[in-house]
Design a binder for this molecule. Sequence first.
Ligand SMILES: [Fe+2]
Ligand SMILES: [Fe+2]
Length: 214
Amino acid sequence: MTARQYSPFDRFIHGLDQALRTTLGPAPQPSRPNPAAAHAEVELTTAERELAGRLMRINHAGEISAQALYQGQALTARLPTVRDKMERASVEENDHLAWTEERIRELGTHTSILAPLWYAGSFAIGALAGIAGDKWSLGFVAETEHQVIRHLDAHLARLPEQDAKSRAILEQMRDDEARHATAAIAAGGATLPVPVRQFMALTSKTMTSTAYWL
Ligand SMILES: [Fe+2]
Ligand SMILES: [Fe+2]
């Protein structure tokens, strides 16, 4: 039996379907249990709960972007093997999306109202990275993941000490993102030029500071 060949149009429709599900649909079914489940809910002050909710909203917005980046790249990546790898990574990011969304609800707040915007922007950037070629596209994944790790570290330092549930999620995400970065480099990812890395950091700064409030 031969595998079905998908046309660019098929892939476009598939991408659109993913976009709508990611930004407007319910949280995806995670493939692994939520790491927060192993920890008891603790008493948080109103200010602590609010801070944790805002930080988790930023992380959720980041995961929406991760989905979009991977899906954008999957649309334009040249080598089928790279496309497969990207799609697998995007499935793994699903867990992060579902876990952070669950925690946001528990903390009594909402996901970013600008999710469709984060998705659209990141999808375009991911698709451009895919067009630039597979070594750049993989290098882009590695750099994105490195920036996410730095950002998760900063959140782990800011989260209320006793919020073990949120911490457990971020710690597991940190491990996963590190694995994604290593895999992208091992698959031939190139180191991105400094201006590109700076532009990426600036874009993510814009998103994180907005998602804190909205
Ligand atoms: Fe992630
Ligand atoms: Fe990742």
